[in-house]
Design a protein around this ligand. Sequence first.
Ligand SMILES: N[C@@H](CCC(=O)N[C@@H](CS)C(=O)NCC(=O)O)C(=O)O
Length: 226
Amino acid sequence: MAARKALEVYLDLLSQPCRAVSIFLKHTQIPHTVRYVAIRKGENRTPEFSQLNPMQKVPVMVDNGFVLTESDAILKYLANSYDVAEHWYPRDPERRARVDEYTTWHQTNTRPHAAKVFILEVLMPRMTGQAADPLKLQRALTDLDGTLEKLESMFLKRQPFLCGDDITLADLLAVCELMQPLGSGRDVLRDRPKLLTWRSRVQSALKNTFDDAHAVLYRLRDKARL
Ligand SMILES: N[C@@H](CCC(=O)N[C@@H](CS)C(=O)NCC(=O)O)C(=O)O
């Protein structure tokens, strides 16, 4: 019988969904190898990488020849396939459905709204040499504020984590996304005490894996402050 090939992930830690995958793998101690793909150098557009993922996006996971894209699918596959604590993706149908409810909502709310602020304040100015358009930025911040409001008033209304009493994949995806605007020095949770407390809780649960994965973003933040 052929030996099982070790799990590999293709990541760029400046990417929010990649950080979620990286933190999960490290925190749960699933043995894996990381292949770094620098988006800023176009390494996601090489023929080799395009063959692996024709979408030319990270993260990508390869588990014994099984290739999977999309952070949400990767995280759930890992939680289902490896021996990890049950709280990440509960087996109880109702509790699991709560995680699925958030992660579906995440893709059209938290993700695009937080990412837009990062694109306008960090990526576009780097590419064009011009500061963010104030009107576009204001619109993006208003959209993000609507999402933050829903996170506080719905998901965190009566519970410490987004989907219950313990940390799940939902918290992981959300926190990595909400950290991203920090790349320009902007902490979007600054005036949101409930979300700030939630972030501290998530950070404590993840221990050093949280700061390790965010080191590259912290460096960007520190440069923006100069
Ligand atoms: N929905 C996907 C999003 C993947 C994605 O958009 N990745 C970005 C980095 S955050 C990327 O690889 N961008 C490269 C490009 O578009 O050239 C997921 O959650 O995995």
